[in-house]
Design a protein around this ligand. Structure first.
Ligand code: FES
Length: 105
């Protein structure tokens, strides 16, 4: 499946991954700049902050309380903010577009 990362400078980076991992893992495996995943995906660093565009938001489960607490602390939070480590990629998300915040350039 494809995941399109839109970097903070507008560059689009399309990566190919197997379903079952997370957005954060997809970025790290493909060396997408701006996604650090410092906590390893346990929802405690927010270095995987990203924006999931509107059509895709509707196909995702909403964030749980731990993710919402972390999002409260990020710079450039928006209504479509998510933590990439908390979004599992399923085949129904093939082609998902994810933007990175300006603070993660
Ligand atoms: S990788 Fe740390 S919160 Fe997502």
């Amino acid at each position: 499946m494809k995941v399109v990362f839109i970097l903070s400078d507008g560059t689009r980076q399309t990566v190919e991954v197997e379903p079952g991992g997370t957005l954060m893992e997809a970025a790290l495996l493909n060396m997408v700049p701006g996604v650090e995943g410092m906590c390893g995906g346990v929802c405690s660093c927010a270095t995987c902050h990203c924006y999931v565009s509107a059509p895709w938001q509707q196909t995702l489960e909403g964030p749980r309380s731990g993710e919402l607490e972390m999002l409260d602390a990020v710079t450039y939070r928006r209504a479509d903010s998510r933590l990439g480590c908390q979004v599992t990629l399923t085949s129904s998300l093939d082609g998902i577009e994810v933007m990175l915040p300006p603070s993660q350039g």
